[in-house]
Structures are given as structure tokens and as C-alpha cells.
Design a protein around this ligand. Sequence first.
Ligand code: 5RP
Length: 226
Amino acid sequence: MEELKKMVAREALKFVEDGMVVGLGTGSTTAHFIHLLGKLVMEEELEVYGVPTSHQAKFLAIESGIPIVSLDEVDAIDIAVDGTDEVDPQLNLIKGRGAALTMEKIIDYRAGTFIVLADESKLVDYLGQKMPVPIEVIPAAWRAIAEEIEVFNASAELRLGSKKDGPVITDNGNFILDAKFERIEDPLDMEIELNNIPGVVENGIFSDIADIVLVATKEGVKKLER
Ligand code: 5RP
């Protein structure tokens, strides 16, 4: 699996050009991309600036030698490279297993080209087939929001930490609800509906923003485009 992740990360490097501002995604697949990009910076004198989507991406970028800038320091982001948890046939996504969905969506949305790194296990017939939708919420509102979500025939669970007692706290100081849907028929509509609930900061449905999905397979990398 790590080899497949590395292969798809390597393919994404082909989209990076000298002088670009690059959105740096979160997760284990993007971690390979950040390492490989860092090698080009350190060994080939490639000049790029990274805009990290999380503390994880920031730490990895610093460790790899990629100069980082914050979103408010750049006029534009040329490309963003990020992982995903599900991809449907229209290239709508579910993201946020790593709880970084809010900054990921802000940066991926701002990018001129948003490139998604996936493997075949992430391809689904419809969103919600395998994964819950992570929703970042204001802590004081989590229980009220969990009840509101039930209106959509979904069940919402507060995400708990594994090396911390109690809830996962996001990079922005909020909680995460994981909402399991039977099937998401209309991703754009559901993305808007969820964000309309007061106290929701952002949700992990990324409809209509992926430009290219690179899929690692045993036969090589497949490129899906919208
Ligand atoms: C983090 C994410 C990740 O990009 C997504 O979970 C994919 O991660 P991985 O590459 O480790 O499978 O959305 O919030």
C-alpha cells in the first residue's frame, strides 16, 4: 500500500512548476508528496512555496525543507494536492478522516487546480458508501447538531481521541462529528444543508471542486478528470 501511495504522489509532482504556490494536503498519501516535493526543493533547487492545510502538513513541510507561507500571505494558490477518503464517479469527495477538513476545503477550493491522490479502495459508486462524513463543529453545539443531523436519516457520533481522553480537538480547537448516511444522493445539496446548521464550521463533502483525481492501481496511475 505504501508503494502505491508513493507512486501516486510521484505522479502529482509532474504538475508542479518552478515558482508555484502549492497547497499541501493532509494524510498519509499527501505525506509522501510533501517528502518528494521537499527533495526537489533541496536537491534540484525547485522554488515553490507551500500552504499547509494542517499542523501535520506544516511539520512535514518544514522537515522536508519546503518554504511555507500562510493563506493570507499569498494572492493565489496555483495547485493543491490532497488525499481523500471517498471519490464518486462525478469526482465528488468525502474528506476529513484526519480532522483537517476545514483548512483543506479552504485551500483546495482556492487552488487553480486541485489534484486528489487516491487508490482504488477510495472509489465508490455514491458518497457515504463506506465512510461517514466528518463535520467540524463548535464544541458547545455538538449535541444539538448531532440531533439536527438525524433529520437526514444519518447517525452522528462524536469522534473520540486515541491518545487523548475525550473528544478529538481539531487544529482550530473544535470537535468532529462523524455522520453515517445510508446514501448521499445529491452531494452538493447535502454539503449546503449540513453547513446551514448553526454551529457547523464545515463538513467533509467536497462537491464539484476536484479537477483531477490520480488513482494508484497495480497497473499504474489512472487519471480521472472532470
Ligand atoms: C485528512 C484527509 C485525508 O486527506 C484523507 O483522510 C486521506 O488520507 P490518507 O491519504 O491517509 O488515506 O482528508 O483530513
